[in-house]
Design a protein around this ligand. Structure first.
Ligand code: GLY
Length: 593
């Protein structure tokens, strides 16, 4: 009976939320989404999203943040390409049509399920700090942290990009299609022009002052001094030329040739805020295969990206702390559910702040942080009725010193997520980013350079104790990106991920809970209103049914803040059919066949 009422509450709550979000998709919301004018299968996919229906398919599915990018991936899959091939087409188009979020100048993490072997592989294409970087990179002469945008804009924040090398690595490992063919759509769109989306136009207009500070960036995004308008045709022939070079010669020119030289020159000569990136930094860049981080939750294996991302560890800790709670029976419309999720999240973020960083530089207690006994002991803290008055990091088991200070990174939401399943049974979950919207605002050869180094802690130490995520030469900044594949009995059942800065962790954890515990389909799971607690206020999604929970959460002792929570969750469930869900808060769609 309890389950019945929980299920009914879920349906009513989700229904109200979807109606609101469908309206939001048509009327531009906080981050500037309006419906893009589409035709054919893309229009049907968009209509399904607005109606709150998942897209169904039997053979393959691709979900990403812009219909042009999804279409490019769909063509590759339709022609017999693998999920890795399709990702290359999607990423190169995203770099053109959603340049504020990801591209050749950024980095990404890729989680791969291999249909032939059943193995999960995780690839780290994260940006890397220059060898000349020091822990004081983001401090003034007195050792005080810089203001965020003083650090971001210019060359100082630029790490060696990882995306071009990741595209090549994925193709070598899992590609079936001809490498060169995978750039075709992006090159054509860049040469002939594409219609600027409402979201891109809104983001450009909002950022016009910062974009105007660098001539190449200003010339592209603010032609004749005015922000590019939604629906206007924008050409990027310089980007087309860059793609032609990569399609012909692979990633080498990007890391050791003419493109590398342009990147280094641009970073080192950035007016007012030059960086220290060198040709050597570019030349020694390498993709790293990392051990996948997996944990079990309610009969499923949740697998994702380990350090330098905090994604899988923090999502895993949240789920592990909730494992003994009957979240299914409580349902999504219950304040008690969100007390448990909110405080589990606060506990996980406390550990994240202290322990998680690039494990090539800092010993990270990966096993200890996900140890069942540790999480069960820590879950004892959730047994009260009210918000925890104080949340401190725990002491996971580890055979190494844990004497670290909590850091202070400032992570802003940008980024993009790609989910793909191909007809060979492979599944790909990749989150890709240039960090802040428009990254460092420096443009080279038609793409933007990242500001990923500001994902390091600006504070390097406290009272002589080092911060795990401090800047160090050659280190990769801690990420929150959480590309995830959920398995049941060794087979993938859910592919999911999102942009959103450190809120990514809450978005992904909630979607997994919605799918596994509340039985929602992928479209309902991604659309479900957000309530996210990282360590401070409890953010509830403005304009949705979630705000009805605010008074109860306040009575429990949380400081509640109603605000836009613009996730970009893209998910595929794998069962008798494939179902694709695209976040109604953004412009993406799911396409399958
Ligand atoms: N820059 C976003 C992230 O890596 O989490």
């Amino acid at each position: 009976m309890k389950l019945f009422w929980a299920a009914l509450a879920a349906v009513l709550w989700v229904g109200a939320a979807q109606a609101q979000q469908a309206a939001d998709t048509i009327a531009p919301e906080g981050a500037g989404t309006g419906a893009i004018a589409l035709s054919g299968p893309a229009a049907e996919a968009q209509a399904a999203k607005i109606a709150g229906r998942a897209v169904e398919a039997k053979g393959w599915m691709v979900v990403a943040a812009n219909p042009l990018a999804v279409d490019a991936g769909a063509k590759v899959l339709r022609a017999g390409g693998s999920a890795a091939d399709a990702m290359i087409a999607v990423q190169t188009v995203l770099g053109l049509v959603e340049p504020q979020s990801s591209g050749l100048g950024g980095g990404a993490f890729l989680v791969w399920y291999d249909g032939a072997t059943g193995e999960i592989t995780t690839l780290d294409g994260r940006e890397t700090a220059p060898l000349a970087a020091t822990p004081r990179l983001f401090q003034d002469k007195d050792g005080e942290p810089l203001e965020f945008f003083d650090a971001v804009i210019g060359g100082r924040s630029v790490g060696v990009p990882g995306v071009p090398a990741l595209l090549a690595e994925a193709h070598v490992r899992w590609g079936k299609a001809n490498w060169r063919s995978l750039f075709r759509d992006a090159i054509t769109l860049a040469d002939r022009g594409f219609a600027v989306s409402p979201r891109m136009a809104t983001m450009v207009a909002r950022d016009a002052e910062r974009l105007s500070q660098h001539p190449l960036t200003a010339a592209y995004f603010l032609p004749d001094g005015a922000p590019v308008a939604a629906g206007s045709r924008l050409r990027n022939p310089v980007y087309a030329d860059t793609l032609r070079i990569l399609s012909r010669d692979g990633p080498e020119p990007f890391y050791t040739g003419e493109i590398a030289q342009d990147i280094v020159r641009t970073v080192r000569n950035a007016t007012g805020n030059p960086g220290v990136l060198s040709g050597v930094d570019m030349a020694i860049y390498a993709i790293k295969e990392r051990p996948a981080v997996c944990m079990t939750y309610h009969g499923h294996d949740i697998c994702g990206m380990g350090p330098p991302s905090s994604g899988a560890l923090t999502v895993g800790q949240i789920l592990g702390l909730l494992a003994e709670e009957d979240i299914a029976a409580l349902g999504p419309g219950n304040a008690e559910t969100w007390r448990l999720i909110g405080d589990a999240s606060r506990l996980a973020f406390a550990d994240r702040g202290l322990y998680m960083a690039d494990s090539d530089y800092v010993p990270v207690p990966v096993n200890g942080l996900l140890d069942k006994g540790y999480l069960s002991r820590r879950a004892g803290l959730l047994q009260g009725d009210d918000a925890l008055p104080i949340v401190r990091p725990g002491r996971p088991d580890f055979d190494h010193t844990l004497n670290l200070a909590t850091g202070a990174p400032i992570e802003k939401p940008s980024t993009s997520h790609i989910s793909i399943v191909d007809k060979f049974g492979n599944a790909l979950s990749m989150t890709t980013t240039i960090e802040n919207a428009f990254g460092s605002r420096l443009m080279v050869r038609g793409f933007l350079l990242n500001n990923e180094l500001t994902d390091f802690s600006f504070v390097s130490h406290r009272d002589g104790v080092p911060v795990a995520n401090r800047v160090e030469p050659g280190k990769r900044p801690r990420s929150s990106m959480a590309p995830t594949i959920v398995l049941k009995d060794g087979k993938p059942v859910l592919v999911v991920g999102s942009p959103g800065g450190s809120r990514i962790i809450g978005y992904v954890a909630k979607t997994i809970i919605a799918y596994l515990d509340w039985g929602l389909d992928v479209q309902s799971a991604v659309a479900l209103p957000h309530l996210v607690n990282r360590f401070g206020t409890y953010d509830v999604e403005a304009g949705t049914a979630a705000t009805a929970l605010a008074p109860a959460l306040e009575a429990m002792g949380y400081e509640v803040n109603a605000r836009d929570l613009t996730s970009g969750l893209h998910a595929i469930s794998i069962g008798e059919t494939l179902q694709g869900g695209a976040d109604p808060r953004r412009e993406g769609i799911a396409l399958g066949d």
